[in-house]
Ligand binder design. Structure first.
Ligand code: COI
Length: 339
């Protein structure tokens, strides 16, 4: 195939939002044939990929065994994602079917870092309960709004990779002390001071999690024992994946005032809520997610939108194209994921 013209290479892309279409068009410099599908990939719409050379998914797509088997039955061997997370892939099935996986590990880390920072600061300064109350007509300055200032605070980052480090830099710029826990600390990272997990939990006013979700390995990384070590005023922030915290334990800790609040962009049972609109919170299918959210405004939830910025989505699309180009030229994507 002539480099610079991939017209003959058809990619079916799932989970394409309206605002992303112009970016797909603009960034398609190599003229891939694109089949843009707005829905999340599922067994119901996998047939839309038939006749393609490759599939490009995102974090909300079903890449479980049944779906991968269908894709393989169409002769497609490349199922790449434009997300960093690959937790929805059934790697055993992918390996058995000879399906290659690639991801985009380093799209604008500030997209998620900024959202984590905002969730943390919103709860740290009690903005969520205060705005909730003013909207209910209550303009009193309640004692529970009495706050510290961030330059006098300590922020603990669990997982100081690209995103965790970007968040640490935001807090450091405001004068906060930044601690981090990492299994294999990078001594060249001067945005944080590496400490053990217990020290981080005990000393931090805001704890922010940035670890990948690896089913069976990073489930409930922050659960009841960890929450018990945190300050009763401390804020927990999760922009990684729902299952990396014990959501029931977090809800209980917030209810019992064992921690100050929980700000999250991710839920436990995300595939049943992502991009859906329910009439009321009671219609959210997962009981644990529902119980957690009932603690609003001490629990605040955004709909997994950390990635949803122009720079991040631009990176996600352009790096995905690079992954395909590299595969066509060399047989390997730039960012293969093997498990
Ligand atoms: C990821 O990149 O892993 C994300 O969490 C964002 C994705 C849902 C688009």
């Amino acid at each position: 195939m002539k480099i610079g013209d991939f017209k003959m290479f058809k990619i079916t892309v799932y989970s394409v939002r309206e605002v992303e279409i112009p970016l797909f068009e603009k960034l398609n410099k190599d003229n891939f044939e694109l089949n843009l599908v707005s829905e999340h990939l599922s067994i119901k719409n996998v047939a839309k990929a038939e006749g393609s050379d490759a599939v490009l998914v995102s974090g909300g797509d079903d890449t479980g065994k049944d779906v991968l088997e269908k894709i393989a039955s169409y002769g497609i061997k490349l199922v790449y994602t434009r997300s960093v997370g690959v937790d929805r892939y059934d790697f055993a099935a992918a390996n058995e079917l000879g399906i290659k996986v690639a991801n985009v590990p380093n799209y604008s880390p500030r997209s998620v870092a900024e959202l984590a920072f905002i969730l943390g600061m919103t709860l740290f300064r009690h903005v969520a309960p205060a705005t909730y109350n003013t909207h209910m007509g209550d303009f009193r300055i309640l004692p529970e709004y009495f706050a510290n200032e961030i330059h006098d605070a300590t922020v603990g980052i669990i997982g100081a990779g690209n995103i965790g480090t970007a968040e640490a830099k935001l807090y450091k710029a405001l004068g906060a002390k930044t601690l981090a826990f990492q299994r294999h600390p990078d001594s060249s990272n001067d945005a944080v001071e590496f400490v053990d997990m217990d020290t981080l939990l005990k000393k931090s006013d805001i704890v922010s999690i940035h670890v990948p979700y690896i089913p069976g390995k990073t489930d409930n990384l922050v659960g009841a024992p960890e929450l018990a070590k945190m300050k009763s005023s401390a804020i927990l922030v999760n922009t990684a994946r729902g299952p990396v915290v014990d959501n029931e334990a977090v809800a209980q800790a917030v209810r019992d005032f064992k921690i100050g609040g929980y700000g999250t962009d991710v839920l436990l049972d995300e595939q049943h809520v992502m991009d859906k609109q329910f009439d009321t919170l009671d219609d959210v299918p997962n009981q644990i997610d529902k119980d957690l959210m009932k603690n609003y405004p001490n629990v605040i939830v955004t709909p997994h939108m950390g990635f949803f910025t122009v720079p991040a989505v631009t990176d996600m699309i352009s790096t995905s194209f690079e992954n395909f180009k590299s595969t066509i030229k060399t047989g390997k994507p730039i960012y293969p994921v093997e498990r």
